[in-house]
Write a protein that binds this ligand. Structure first.
Ligand SMILES: NC(=O)c1ccc[n+]([C@@H]2O[C@H](COP(=O)([O-])OP(=O)(O)OC[C@H]3O[C@@H](n4cnc5c(N)ncnc54)[C@H](O)[C@@H]3O)[C@@H](O)[C@H]2O)c1
Length: 362
């Protein structure tokens, strides 16, 4: 075996635990990485995290800048809240460190563009960690869409959400989360369908966001802290004549805003995906007309041999790319489109009208 990759983790809160657990599995099963550095701005949090996950040789720091100044890393997991995604990613790339970043990519489109510039200038990779991409049902769905079975796709309805399920913690404040349900779970629904159809660029967005539940003390216990969206919706025109009709909720007065449906000229696909961010979903249904008759085919989940799960896929694919000098497994060239739509929904909602989306070539 060659040299072990030196990996760091920036942000040692909730989701960093999933990174740590997966890295420990990679250390045990593959043995080609080591966790050498941890950082969190909350004093003592990195040290506690080190102990919890048994990273005995890791050095602990009180900020991402301190970590980046003192370490020579091959890669870093960035697990901070959304408002720190851009800053930490740009600083890591400027130091020549490859980055696997938690979703959403960032908060605004402008931040995303700066991140892509830093990525290009560094020659390193930035992979945005959408782990459901490695789920076997998700892979099967994409294969069906990409097979051409649906003909020309012209309309997609997607999204999802919860009747009551506003998370709390750093998710609900503008200063840390920056965006609410849109960035927390909306980005997954967008990634699911946009990846399936090859991430066409958005042309225009008509967006709406609201906070009827989060801001209401009768509905939510931390209403005084709540300063992001708890519901978002958008009507998006994509290049190639595709309409994307999207809605996402942390709270709403219905159990689900509906399945994902992908309509094409030759077929339609129903994906029961109201919780698609958990990776996987139930049985899909493919609607076709065969010999003049309407058919409905229920598609059974397809087990994948040696499936090690979404989280292993997310971090292993990043490490493989770093080791081989390969391309980013979940590249910014795609995820900037996801971010542009989220940003477009926020901006259009504030303006109260449709806006045009322009993503510069980086
Ligand atoms: N992939 C998933 O399934 C999944 C699930 C939950 C959350 N997330 C994403 O993970 C991110 C973090 O969520 P969380 O629940 O862990 O939040 P959290 O608030 O529990 O943890 C974030 C940590 O980052 C630290 N931090 C902030 N800025 C820092 C900096 N500059 N340097 C070092 N540390 C810094 C904070 O002190 C905090 O401990 C969010 O962007 C969220 O969207 C992903």
């Amino acid at each position: 075996m060659g040299k072990k990759l030196k990996i760091g983790i920036i942000g040692c809160g909730g989701i960093a635990g999933a990174h740590a657990g997966t890295y420990n599995r990679i250390i045990q099963e593959d043995g080609d990485i080591e966790i050498v550095a941890l950082a969190d701005i909350i004093p003592g949090r990195a040290e506690k995290f080190k102990e919890t996950h048994g990273f005995t040789n890791a050095r602990c720091y009180n900020s991402h800048t301190e970590l980046l100044e003192n370490e020579e890393l091959d890669g870093v997991s960035i697990c901070t809240y959304n408002r720190q995604h851009a800053r930490c990613t740009i600083d890591a790339l400027n130091k020549g460190v490859n980055v696997v970043l938690e979703k959403p990519m960032c908060v605004t489109l402008e931040e995303g563009i700066e991140m892509m510039k830093a990525e290009k200038a560094s020659g390193k990779i930035l992979s945005v960690g959408f782990q459901p991409r490695f789920d076997s049902q998700m892979i099967l769905m994409k294969e069906i869409v990409r097979s051409g079975e649906l003909g020309k796709v012209y309309y997609i309805q997607t999204g999802g959400g919860r009747r009551r399920g506003i998370p709390g913690s750093t998710f609900i404040e503008d200063a840390t989360g920056g965006v609410g349900a849109l960035g927390d779970i909306g980005c997954y629904a967008l990634d699911m369908v946009l990846d399936a159809i090859g991430y066409p660029k958005p042309l225009t967005v008509t967006g709406y966001t609201s906070d009827w539940f989060g801001k209401n003390p009768a509905q939510y216990s931390e209403a005084d802290r709540f300063s992001v969206d708890d519901f978002g919706a958008g009507f998006i025109r994509l290049e190639g004549g595709v309409i994307l009709d999207f809605r996402i909720a942390w709270a709403m007065n219905v159990d689900t805003p509906g399945d994902t449906i992908i309509l094409g000229t030759e077929g339609g696909l129903r994906i029961p995906s109201t919780d698609c961010w958990n990776g996987g979903f139930g049985k899909m249904t493919l609607y076709k007309t065969v010999n003049g008759k309407s058919t409905e085919t229920v598609i059974e989940p397809r087990p994948i041999e040696n499936d090690k799960g979404c989280w292993y896929g997310k971090l292993r694919s990043f490490i493989d790319a770093v080791q081989t000098g390969g391309k980013s497994p979940i590249p910014t060239s795609q995820i900037i489109i996801n971010q542009a739509i989220i940003d477009g929904i926020v901006k259009s909602s504030k303006l109260g009208k449709e806006i045009e989306i322009e993503i510069p070539e980086i």
